[in-house]
Write a protein of this length. Structure first.
Length: 454
């Protein structure tokens, strides 16, 4: 941007210096068409430079608007990323709470497994004891079986008739009673033996069933606890993976936010730099405006002074508003005046200036005639004036007809009063079709109305 400003400023300073140098010699300005053109060029250059600086200012403002929009988008992206980051943190927090609950559940299951293992150890001991009891019961059963078998054999061999014979073979009542008691005891013993055998058999069966049931229950409890522990561990591992993913995502989003914040800071620095350039540009515009106004004021004052001197000289020579006028109207049939011989705002540059002639609007190509007889001294392009005709009428009087669309005379040609010399146009520094008519007396512009017919 500074490079652009330098391009804009350097020509304007040159133009200012050129005009400032020429403005020191007022006679040179008024006596030289080239110098007059320079004065007009200066106004145009000032306007062009003002427009150029305004264009640069608009460009900077447009770039600032673009950067501000980009900055706003950047801020929105940061806000979205920050929201995403907060959601990520909430998810991490929730997932960590889930992991903590899972940790507690795993601990609880591990305690259950420990209790089951302790119960299993106790059950194993009980099983071992039951196994010993079972072995003992089987041994006792075997013993009872042998005894019962032997007794059954004896009973088979000594059937009940044998007992009756023993009873009735008693010699005395006492013997009979004694034998009866003996036989009863034998029968009771036999009954008890049978009952003990049956009891031992049932005990063995019950112990075996108890052993099988307890072993199966303990095995099922242990398997169930192990499965539950594995499920919890798997779930906890999944939660840990989620935390790692969330942490990685958090790092990515945090990195994005840092990059966005850095980009935002760079954009703000660009805006600050551009605002500084705008401030400098405003200062340059103000300097240009002040220089133009100062130079223009000096030029107007000089031109006004010269106009006063020219009027005095014209009066001394007898050319006054009340004297007999010698010039005919330069654009027959067109009498409207759009700009008088006085100070005005330049229609192109907008700067205040002293208008050195009168402007007569007319349609394109309207005939322009010689205000008086004389000799053509200029017929061609004059910078600022466009296609221009100047006629020397003698006695220091020269008329000028500017901004023409066509020229009908040439340099050195003698023309008569009222002769067609050009066509109305809008060449040079002009905003519309018109004839700019000037009268110069001894090289100095003067009021044309002193010389024109009523």
């Amino acid at each position: 941007m500074k490079h652009i400003l330098n391009i804009v400023l350097i020509p304007s300073l040159i133009a200012y210096n050129v005009y400032a140098a020429t403005s020191l010699d007022s006679n040179a300005i008024l006596n030289s068409d080239t110098t007059l053109a320079r004065a007009i060029d200066y106004d145009m250059i000032i306007k062009e430079q003002m427009e150029a600086t305004q264009e640069v200012e608009n460009q900077i403002k447009s770039e600032i608007d673009g950067i501000e929009q980009e900055l706003e988008t950047n801020k929105e992206a940061i806000a979205e990323a920050t929201q995403e980051l907060n959601q990520n943190l909430q998810q991490q927090s929730q997932t960590r709470e889930d992991v903590e609950l899972l940790d507690l559940a795993v601990i609880e299951v591990e305690n259950e497994i420990l209790q089951i293992e302790q119960d299993l150890e106790v059950t194993k001991q009980q099983i071992e004891l039951t196994a010993d009891e079972l072995v003992a019961a089987k041994v006792s059963l075997d013993n009872h079986y042998e005894e019962t078998k032997e007794r059954m054999v004896t009973m088979y061999k000594n059937n009940r008739r044998r007992f009756i014979e023993i009873l009735f073979s008693s010699d005395t009542l006492t013997q009979l009673l004694s034998r009866s008691i003996y036989i009863s005891r034998i029968a009771d013993y036999d009954d008890k033996l049978m009952r003990d055998f049956a009891t031992q058999h049932e005990l063995v069966i019950a112990k075996q069933q108890q052993f099988d049931l307890e072993y199966m229950q303990i095995g099922l409890l242990h398997e169930k606890a192990v499965v539950k522990k594995e499920e919890l561990i798997s779930l906890m591992e999944h939660k840990v993976e989620q935390i790692l993913e969330l942490e990685n995502a958090h790092e990515v989003v945090a990195g994005q936010i840092s990059a966005l914040e850095l980009a935002g800071a760079e954009l703000e620095e660009q805006i600050s730099a551009m605002i500084l350039e705008l401030t400098k540009l405003s200062e340059v515009q103000e300097e240009l405006q002040n220089a133009a106004e100062d130079e223009n004021a000096a030029r107007i004052a000089a031109q006004a002074a010269l106009a006063t001197a020219a009027a005095a000289e014209a009066a001394a020579l007898g050319y006054t508003s009340s004297s007999s006028n010698i010039f005919s109207w330069p654009v027959p049939g067109q009498y409207y005046i759009s700009s008088q011989y006085n100070s005005r705002s330049n229609p192109i540059s907008g700067l205040t200036e002293f208008h050195q002639g009168i402007d007569i609007p007319a349609p394109y190509g309207t005939t322009v005639v010689a205000a008086a007889a004389g000799k053509v001294i200029t017929a061609g392009w004059v910078n600022g004036y466009g296609y221009t005709v100047m006629i020397d009428h003698g006695s220091g009087l020269v008329t000028l007809y500017a901004h023409n669309s066509s020229l009908n005379v040439s340099v050195g040609q003698l023309v008569a009063q009222g002769q067609n010399i050009a066509g109305v146009g809008s060449t040079g520094y002009s905003t519309g079709n018109h004839c700019h008519f000037e009268v110069r007396l001894n090289g100095e512009h003067t009021n044309p109305w002193y010389f024109l017919e009523d």
